[in-house]
Design a protein around this ligand. Structure first.
Ligand code: NAD
Ligand code: UFG
Length: 342
């Protein structure tokens, strides 16, 4: 495979999903360079990836909105493809500061693809999200389900998807993979890299982990009156290592010929908030106190993927179940109670 001799540029590679993907890329024999402005990550993740893989992972501290920095990366290295994770991802913050999100996520991606075009690098894997399905009506979600984001963050993902589709229509030499992630959780089995939210976590699993380790008192369960088996919200949690491997599958899918593909990366299995709490209690041996509070505005009752298209076209499927996700999340959290700052 030609890609093995060339370098993969990973934007946002110091972050949660990017760092796990770097492990898989390095372990597959690829050369990798990270570009990250460290706005939501630290270099400690890069060092941990080097430790796990026993390979070098060069990082350029730079911003995808900086065209000069990008051009330098492409001129100095033979970049065959870009895995594009860099972006902001907090839904609540995107309501408060929408322009920050449009600038980082949309403008940043536009800048990246302009620089790629100028350097004739036309292979891109983009981190999209199940959030593009909005408040969905029918389960499971297929790639043909209606889209319609309900917050600025989601709209930035949809806009970038549309921009990349227009780019491919105008120049079919591009190879573009749009990966719609469901709910990434868990950590590398070593417990040396994992999710390390800056403030109080917005998402369920990191919140539960911090309750288990004693950083937070109790979980608020956002509503128990949904139309689900136990009344709490149902999501398709996917182990971050499975997700990371999906990116290597996407690169292989793009290899033979130019194309644009859209794929859900999920397990196809939904779990409720209370099922996640139970699984985490078992994995950690700790009890997770919780109380039920009001629904969180904008939350869907249920969201899970139909993973068939990814299985058939990417030759990829998730291997790990919720128990393994919780065990690995707990290993990371208990070894590093304060995240990378521990
Ligand atoms: P993360 O915040 O851990 O990683 C993003 C990385 O990008 C960080 O290291 C950050 O420092 C960097 N970054 C941000 N803006 C940048 C910029 N302008 N220039 C250079 N670097 C920049 O987030 P993550 O969970 O690893 O998510 C990765 C991608 O996947 C994001 O695009 C996110 O929107 C998408 N996604 C995440 C989830 C999720 O639940 N974690 C779900 C769906 C999609
Ligand atoms: N939940 C709680 N208490 C919490 C946090 C969450 O009960 O403290 C519940 C939510 O109501 C929901 C479920 O747990 O039912 C999962 O919530 P998350 O915040 O973990 O995940 P979401 O599905 O709401 O959203 C996440 C990301 C989005 C992304 C989406 C799909 O935050 O950015 O997954 O990938 F778009």
């Amino acid at each position: 495979m030609s890609e093995l001799n060339e370098t993969v540029l990973v934007t946002g590679g110091a972050g949660y999903i990017g760092s796990h993907t770097c492990v898989e890329l390095l372990q597959s024999g690829r050369k990798v360079i990270v570009l990250d402005n460290l706005s939501n990550a630290s270099k400690a993740s890069i060092e941990a990836v080097e430790q796990i893989t026993q390979k070098k992972l060069p990082i350029i501290e730079g911003d995808i909105r900086d065209r000069v920095a990008l051009d330098q990366v492409f001129s100095k290295n033979s970049i065959s493809s870009v895995l594009h994770f860099a972006g902001l991802k907090a839904v609540g913050e995107s309501n408060e500061f929408p322009l920050k999100y449009y600038d980082n996520n949309v403008n940043g991606t536009l800048n990246l693809i302009e620089s790629m075009t100028a350097h004739d690098c036309k292979t891109l894997v983009f981190s999209s999200s199940a959030t593009v399905y909005g408040i969905p009506e029918k389960m499971p979600l297929t790639e043909d389900s209606d889209v319609g984001a309900i917050n600025p963050y989601g709209r930035t993902k949809l806009l970038v998807e549309e921009m990349l589709k227009d780019l491919y229509a105008a120049d079919p030499e591009w190879r573009v993979s749009l990966l719609r992630y469901f709910n990434p959780v868990g950590a590398h089995a070593s417990g040396e890299i994992g999710e390390d939210p800056n403030d109080i976590p917005n998402n369920l699993l990191p919140f539960i982990s911090q309750v288990a380790v004693g950083r937070l008192d109790k979980l608020q369960v956002f509503g128990d009156d949904y139309d689900t088996a136990d009344g709490t919200g149902v999501r398709d949690y996917i182990h971050v290592v499975d997700l990371a491997r999906g990116h290597l599958a996407a690169l292989d899918y793009l290899e033979p010929a130019p194309k644009l593909g859209i794929h859900n990366l999920g397990t196809g299995q939904g779990y409720s908030v209370l099922e996640a709490v139970n699984a985490f209690e078992q994995a950690s041996g700790r009890s997770i106190p919780y109380e039920v509070s009001a629904r969180r505005p904008g939350d869907a009752a249920t969201s899970y993927a139909d993973p068939t298209k990814a299985r058939e076209e990417l030759n990829w499927q998730a291997k790990y179940d919720l128990q393994k996700m919780c065990e690995d999340a707990w290993r990371w959290q208990s070894k590093h109670p304060m995240g990378y700052g521990s």
